[in-house]
Ligand binder design. Structure first.
Ligand SMILES: *[C@@H]1O[C@H](CO)[C@@H](O)[C@H](O)[C@H]1NC(C)=O
Ligand SMILES: *[C@@H]1O[C@H](CO)[C@@H](O)[C@H](O)[C@H]1NC(C)=O
Ligand SMILES: *[C@@H]1O[C@H](CO)[C@@H](O)[C@H](O)[C@H]1NC(C)=O
Ligand SMILES: *[C@@H]1O[C@H](CO)[C@@H](O)[C@H](O)[C@H]1NC(C)=O
Ligand SMILES: *[C@@H]1O[C@H](CO)[C@@H](O)[C@H](O)[C@H]1NC(C)=O
Ligand SMILES: *[C@@H]1O[C@H](CO)[C@@H](O)[C@H](O)[C@H]1NC(C)=O
Ligand SMILES: CC(=O)N[C@H]1CO[C@H](CO)[C@@H](O)[C@@H]1O
Length: 481
């Protein structure tokens, strides 16, 4: 842990110094003035800058603010390490919250009554919700014309189901805003989203491929399995859970999976997407091949996870296993392009960033983010073996409460689709980390997954609700998200 913090400190320091130098260059100012400028951009930094400035402007020595900025970076790293110990605003203990970040409603459907532990998204309605909304889908009350509860009228037999993602940073939608380090466009506005980003662990599940529900503010557009399922059947409103974390792999998911909130007796079935698309072959170790998950370990981990799901999911649920990505796409499309840090002077390429991260042993994936083609090929070979394990599990294993399917990670089709729309492959990768799928890749991936399910496994998606129009007319946006 302390090594991680020290490395994080070093990395934060290098990053901040680089941004300050470039700011000075861009505004033709001194390094000191550039530091004050950056300090004023960052929320909370203004106060520090002003106080310092008023009190002691004449002999203010710029370097004072460097520790401030650096403290902030270290704070964030501490925060991510200690995250699980932070208070989570969930007063009734049903795992659903009315607070957005800190694993609140950006991660799973917003609670509509945080004082009643039996009221939460995804449950079957209590007494058809004649008196109040027990499942938070915004549909409740009785039709005065005939005395029948609306929930019974519109949602009975509608095959309602929720969406659950078990995944990694790609599923949680990791993103570091490039505006934080592009000095040519930098202003206070560039950092307005910083507190939210860090309390969401630099993830943006609210815009993600599986559980996204808000319009993207980070480029591209939002499309998600949840939104499409909600459009198909408005009774599914708010029934989403994004159970994923940065670094999620078949092994550590076995812990994470315990935070799934689903009551086998009281709740609707769920579609569970199991998607750890890289961390089983990605690590920052010098001897990266030796630290990858073996096919035997993969089999054991995934079967354990599925047994756990079988003990928690209501009957009639579905599980879709997603294969690992072929990460050679990253090097092939980025290595000779400029990183956001290198755009001002056209000097820092992704291959240099990758080597630098590798040298600090914090590369998110030594096996793919490397100039060594043999190693990249070996990493892809292992990824393919692990995908084949998933495929075989879907073919041969049977479970009592869900059926199970396999699909390849749709990178090839996504790239093809994007090319047809006039886009370029590098736009499908997160610019700052050069590793994760971008907002565009996530949104395009949704439509490919949806089409596949619609044609090959229509029973997974359930039927279209003929009452959608009436639900919308009476309940409008159903209380929003
Ligand atoms: C930068 O500022 C200095 C001092 O204010 C000035 O002498 C110099 O000409 C400026 N350079 C450019 C490129 O604007
Ligand atoms: C909690 O919600 C349930 C389900 O709607 C309801 O039956 C119960 O009366 C509520 N309890 C309280 C204390 O309001
Ligand atoms: C997203 O934006 C579109 C139009 O720009 C709007 O119709 C839609 O309601 C928005 N969706 C959300 C979830 O805010
Ligand atoms: C689950 O539901 C199916 C029908 O959808 C039924 O055949 C099966 O017996 C049920 N399983 C259990 C464990 O109740
Ligand atoms: C890596 O794999 C590609 C595609 O299979 C192949 O064309 C290439 O020759 C391989 N390179 C090395 C160094 O193994
Ligand atoms: C490339 O990676 C392979 C596999 O790890 C290794 O055996 C080989 O020595 C590496 N080549 C270079 C030039 O480092
Ligand atoms: C409320 C809840 O279930 N929170 C969980 C969310 O996921 C993290 C893991 O990243 C768990 O530690 C929390 O308990």
């Amino acid at each position: 842990m302390s090594l991680l913090i020290a490395t994080g400190f070093g990395l934060g320091c290098v990053l901040v110094v680089s941004v300050i130098e470039q700011l000075a260059q861009w505004h033709n100012s001194t390094v000191k003035a550039a530091m004050e400028r950056l300090c004023n951009y960052i929320p909370g930094g203004t106060e520090y800058g002003n106080k310092k400035g008023k009190k002691n402007y004449e002999d203010f020595q710029g370097p004072d603010s460097l520790p401030y900025v650096n403290t902030m970076f270290v704070g964030f790293i501490f925060y991510s390490v200690l995250r699980n110990k932070l208070p989570f605003e969930d007063f009734d203990g049903d795992k659903f919250s009315t607070f957005p970040t800190l694993r609140g409603y950006h991660w799973r459907g917003r609670d509509c009554n945080d004082k009643n532990t039996t009221v939460y998204p995804g449950r079957r309605p209590d007494n058809w919700d004649a008196k109040s909304d027990s499942n938070c889908n915004g549909i409740w009350g009785v039709d005065p014309k005939d005395g029948i509860p609306y929930e019974e009228k519109f949602c009975k037999g509608a095959d309602s189901k929720g969406v659950v993602l078990l995944g990694d940073s790609a599923g949680a939608h990791f993103h570091i805003p490039p505006e934080w380090m592009t000095v040519t466009q930098m202003s206070a506005k560039s950092f307005a989203n910083l507190p939210m980003a860090f309390t969401d662990e630099l993830d943006w599940p609210q815009f993600s491929e599986i559980t996204g529900f808000l319009n993207s503010t980070i480029g591209g557009w939002t499309d998600s399995l949840y939104l499409r399922l909600r459009k198909r059947n408005r009774c599914n409103h708010r029934d989403l859970q994004n159970i994923s974390q940065n670094g999620g792999s078949s092994g550590n998911l076995l812990d994470l999976i315990k935070s799934l909130a689903r009551n086998q007796l009281l709740d609707n079935p769920a579609i569970v997407i199991y998607a750890t698309i890289g961390n089983d072959v990605c690590n920052g170790n010098r001897d990266t091949l030796a630290h990858m998950t073996t096919p035997k370990e993969m089999l054991s981990n995934v079967v354990q996870a599925l047994r756990y799901l079988d003990s928690r999911l209501p009957n009639g649920s579905h599980v879709i296993l997603t294969g690992l990505v072929d990460g050679r796409f990253l090097w092939d499309n980025l290595h000779d392009r400029y990183h956001p840090l290198g755009q001002l002077n056209r000097d820092v390429t992704y291959s240099q960033i990758y080597s630098f991260l590798d040298c600090l042993q914090v590369s998110p994936c030594s096996g793919w983010l490397t100039p060594n083609e043999t190693l990249r090929n070996l990493t892809s070979e292992r990824a393919l073996q692990l995908s084949n394990v998933l495929k075989e599990i879907a073919r041969s294993e049977k479970f009592a409460n869900f059926d199970i399917f396999y699909m390849d990670f749709p990178l090839r089709q996504t790239a093809e689709e994007w090319r047809k729309m006039g886009g370029e492959p590098w736009q499908l990768i997160e610019p700052v980390d050069g590793f994760h799928p971008s907002q565009i890749a996530a949104a395009l991936g949704t439509s490919i997954t949806w089409q596949k399910a619609l044609h090959e496994w229509p029973q997974v998606l359930g039927k279209e609700n003929p009452f959608n129009g009436q639900i919308e007319a009476i309940f409008k946006d159903q209380g929003g998200h």
